[in-house]
Design a protein around this ligand. Structure first.
Ligand code: N01
Length: 547
């Protein structure tokens, strides 16, 4: 059932060992691992197929900004060697084919109820189990609840007045129609210039009669310099793979040499390396020199380099000036990776509207009206991002011990021990939750680490006859404080980014991902010490029975 048509099925009821919410790369691997452990597992997925973010984000130009060879599961060498990526940065359809290939190869589909949204989860303290209900009337009781709900899975359209009055079509990049959209001959407005806007604008401009881009904040973007992958590229990858895995499983990704080493180099040497990295392309540009993310002077130099490139590329001086980011250090909002983004503004059918000068007043029946002008369009594309990292979890709003909602527990911002578990929500695990490297790392590698940690933890609990594990509130507080302290040593908190929750009105401003070193070791040490920082227990009913 992957053709978008809906289907009927009887509601699920009764007991399972584990429920996994979401069938993206996190959910799929978790289901596989828990089944291996001998558990009865049930997955739920709102879409009609696997793939998560790659299922929903089908906008033109959607691509991964991590090179494909690295954006692959590493837990099965045969899988890795059998799958042949065609390009350095795979496009969304290829990544989705990969997800489907994995689902078929490991026979995961029978474990997943598709087109089914989990609407509530509540912890039953007497039984140490979660009750999970869905929009199809399912009601399951599960010992373990794993939220593989993704970091960028709740698209957000800003509340611009008059949206509902618009007579043309509206789209959100994060929920793109599966049948695609033909913009031929159309006048299209694109609102938003984050990664999704920057990837889609060049593609839409190739097809549409005219594209008007509404930019509030200019973002830094580095060319992808995408190429087809040759056999030689793949051979190189395999040669370097052991070092890569050792680095990922060891200290993790770094940002190059230290700031002191950077400043010891001459400006010419620094410039030359920025040129080299720009030539290679991709987000690795930020690692050209150490200190880009921690030292404002080094950051300014890297940012100036990119601004200069924008000036050299974009012919119209006013447009070039508007495209040069000037309100955040480079890298503190997710750096974008593009194909022909800045070049696109040299096309006669593309206009940039600088919302810093003339903000949007309203959407009208015929288009978008700013304080400067009305723009008549046939379609509006919202590339306006997501309620990142917490939006999907808070929409489900699990009820923990004493019926306390996650919304209450996270009123001051998300708190999770190691980004894996939340105090007051026993037996619930988050895959790449807030407080873990997640969106600042290669998501696939981080997913694998969390899935394997959770599998080991559940295996340990079962071996020891334990039925309840809960993060200790103090251990959680300490971890959250550590995450904040580490972030404060970087330039990240200087940007009003979605990492900080700044794109959602009223969302607490907390830097959500963990940027520090040694995360994997910390998780491994916690497990090796018998799950230090967690309280482990036997089901109360068992204890009474035993007593
Ligand atoms: O969303 P964003 P995204 N009026 O939040 C603007 C991942 N991703 O979907 O900055 C006008 O970054 C907003 O302006 P401002 C990646 O991690 C990865 O593009 O708030 N504009 C901004 O320009 C990425 O970071 C890939 O001033 C409004 C834009 O909308 C994350 O997803 C590809 C507005 C939103 O940018 C999110 O990226 C795509 C308003 N009222 C995404 N409200 C790859 O792997 C918002 N905006 C390559």
């Amino acid at each position: 059932m992957a053709d978008g048509s809906s289907f009927e099925r009887a509601p699920l009821a009764g007991e399972v060992d584990a429920v996994v919410v979401g069938a993206g790369f996190g959910g799929m691997y978790m289901l596989h691992r828990l089944r291996e452990l001998g558990l009865k597992v049930q997955g739920f997925e709102a879409g009609d197929n696997v793939g998560g973010t790659w299922y929903w984000n089908r906008y033109p130009g959607a691509r991964c900004d991590v090179p494909s060879l690295f954006y692959s599961y590493t837990w099965d060498e045969d899988l890795q060697k059998d799958w042949r990526w065609s390009e350095k940065y795979a496009a969304q359809p290829e990544i989705l084919r990969y997800a489907n290939h994995v689902a078929d190869r490991f026979d995961l589909r029978p474990l997943i109820a598709f087109q089914t949204r989990v609407i509530s989860t509540a912890f039953d303290e007497a039984a140490d189990r979660w009750t999970v209900t869905t929009d199809r009337g399912d009601e399951l009781s599960a010992r373990w609840l794993i939220m593989a709900t993704g970091c960028l899975s709740t698209p957000r359209a800003p509340p611009i007045s008059g949206v509902e009055s618009f007579a043309g079509a509206t789209y959100h990049t994060g929920a793109w129609p599966h049948e695609g959209v033909d913009f031929s001959g159309k006048r299209v407005a694109v609102i938003g210039t984050g990664s999704s806007g920057i990837q889609s604008i060049p593609q839409i401009a190739r097809q549409a009669a005219h594209v008007t881009v509404f930019q509030r904040t200019a973002n830094f973007s580095v060319p992808a310099n995408n190429t087809p992958l040759s056999d030689a590229d793949i051979e190189e990858f395999w040669k370097a793979f052991p070092q890569y895995i050792a680095m990922v499983k060891g200290p993790g990704m770094g940002f190059g040499a230290s700031a002191a080493q950077t400043m010891a180099a001459t400006p010419e040497e620094r410039r030359q390396r920025y040129e080299e990295y720009w030539g290679v392309g991709g987000a690795g540009f930020l690692a050209a020199w150490g200190g880009v993310i921690t030292d404002i002077d080094i950051n300014n130099e890297a940012a100036d380099f990119v601004r200069e490139k924008i000036g050299e590329t974009v012919k119209d001086a006013k447009t070039a000036a508007a495209l040069k980011p000037n309100d955040h250090p480079i890298g503190t909002k997710r750096i974008c990776v593009d194909i022909d983004y800045y070049e696109t503004y040299n096309r006669p059918n593309v206009t940039l509207v600088n919302l810093k000068e003339t903000p949007i007043e309203a959407i009208t029946p015929t288009g978008v009206r700013t304080t400067g002008q009305a723009y008549d369009v046939d379609a509006i594309v919202f590339a306006t991002g997501f309620d990142a990292m917490t939006g999907t979890l808070l929409a489900i709003d699990p009820k923990g011990v004493g019926g306390r909602p996650l919304k209450a527990a996270w009123a001051e911002g998300p708190k999770a021990y190691l980004g894996l578990a939340v105090a007051g929500f026993p037996n619930m695990f988050l895959i790449t939750g807030p407080g873990s490297p997640s969106v600042l790392s290669n998501m696939i590698n981080s997913i694998e680490q969390h899935v394997e940690w959770i599998q080991d933890c559940i295996g340990y609990m079962r071996e020891h006859g334990l039925t309840r594990i809960e993060a200790d509130p103090q251990a959680q507080e300490d971890w959250v404080a550590h995450v904040r302290r580490v972030a404060d040593k970087t330039l990240f908190p200087r940007a009003a980014s979605w990492y900080m929750g700044a794109n959602i009105p009223g969302k607490p401003r907390v830097f959500m991902p963990y940027i520090g070193p040694g995360y994997r070791k910390k998780c491994a040490d916690v497990a090796a010490a018998g799950y230090e920082g967690f309280a482990l227990a036997k089901e109360q009913a068992d204890v009474h029975a035993a007593g």
